[in-house]
Design a binder for this molecule. Structure first.
Ligand SMILES: [Fe+2]
Length: 362
């Protein structure tokens, strides 16, 4: 369910679900990060997401779009993929991509107390499935799978390029971090430099879904092809989570990626990384003393020239004082430009969302 709040008083206004948009949109589990229509693109203001019904036999992912006029439409029903905990839905300019990585739900049971308790043991043989769905006409137009399994949370960016779809995604080799991130294990495990099990750290991977417009169809079924791993970066260079890019490049070819990074194993997240996907190198901002930084938000310089012409904002909690700092980092060279020290430990901000009001710039 979605809970609407008054932005000033925080009074709850209304609880509603995606099904209120009509168009046959049902109920079920959904992702925390819906796809949104691109700024200046044909579907600006649209929202895309899925609803997973794990009680159906077989389980169904209903992928839908809600257009800017508020009208809902079911785009596809996926019934041949394992039911899994999928945290984000991906999108290019014209397609929604459902990536069914491994974090599979077992049968629902009344004895289970939460989502984590439903997760099945890791199966190294289980491929990851990619479904390409037409935003406008609906329907699965192409299907891909990887031979190697992975778990993931977030999309870096996805875009169409020369007949292929390129997907940039931070991945984990398995879903064990979910167990490690339980409060009790974080309390006992964090700061233990012998283990990286508690670190919120994935590695950067780029997949290519080749020639997606020319899928083979047999008996009305789209045949699976191999998702090509273009490249991946080792943890020292490409270790990241909570990925961000310059938002002007969403759904378009981009070069730079920013995210939280872990330099010292066992420290959860202790630095900020900038990955250059062209040279496959990275630069790291690492504070002199231990801090826990938040998702770095890229803010373009007014009148900026170039993709990395701007700053990163991160809320960094100083481990020595337990107080927060808003740190401003030059996105070009990853040097700290300045910081606003706070008298309190402040919230980390709204993960996945950044609002900006341009006042007085012109
Ligand atoms: Fe998230």
């Amino acid at each position: 369910v979605l809970q609407q709040f008054d932005t000033v008083t925080l009074e709850p206004i209304e609880i509603f679900t995606y099904s209120a948009s009509g168009g046959g949109i049902g109920q079920g589990m959904t992702s925390a990060h819906p796809g949104v229509g691109g700024e200046g693109m044909w579907d600006q203001g649209a929202v895309y997401n899925y609803l997973l019904d794990i009680t159906a036999e077989p389980p169904v992912y209903q992928v839908f779009g809600i257009q800017p006029n508020g009208e809902g439409k079911v785009l596809a029903n996926i019934t041949d993929a394992p039911p899994a905990y999928i945290h984000s839905i991906f999108s290019t300019e014209n397609y929604v991509i459902m990536i069914i990585w491994q974090c599979d739900f077992g049968p629902p049971s009344k004895e289970n107390s939460g989502i984590l308790d439903l997760i099945m043991p890791w199966n190294p043989e289980r491929p990851v499935y990619f479904y390409v769905i037409d935003k406008k006409a609906g329907g699965v137009v192409a299907k891909y799978k990887t031979s190697k399994s992975f778990f993931a949370f977030h999309e870096v960016n996805s875009f169409e390029e020369n007949g292929d779809i390129v997907v940039d995604i931070p991945t984990m080799p398995d879903a064990s971090w979910l167990e490690a991130a339980r409060m009790e294990s974080l309390r006992s495990g964090l700061g233990n430099s012998d283990s990286g099990a508690f670190d919120l750290q994935s590695i950067f991977q780029r997949y290519r879904l080749s020639d997606f417009a020319n899928s083979k169809i047999e008996n009305g079924t789209v045949l699976e092809r191999e998702a090509v791993l273009d490249f991946e970066l080792p943890a020292e260079i490409g270790g990241l989570e909570l990925p961000r890019i310059n938002e002007a490049y969403l759904r378009k070819p981009h070069r730079f990626v920013y995210g939280i990074h872990t330099e010292k194993r066992g420290y959860f997240m202790d630095s900020i990384v900038k990955i250059d996907t062209k040279t496959q190198t990275s630069k790291i901002w690492s504070p002199e003393t231990n801090h826990v930084p938040s998702e770095p938000i890229f803010v373009a310089r007014p009148g900026s020239k170039g993709e990395d012409d701007g700053v990163l904002l991160t809320m960094a909690l100083d481990a020595a004082t337990s107080k927060s700092n808003l740190v401003v980092i030059d996105a070009k060279d990853m040097r700290e430009m300045g910081r606003a020290k706070m008298p309190i430990a402040a919230g980390y901000g709204f993960h996945g969302i950044w609002g900006q009001e341009r006042i007085g710039y012109d």
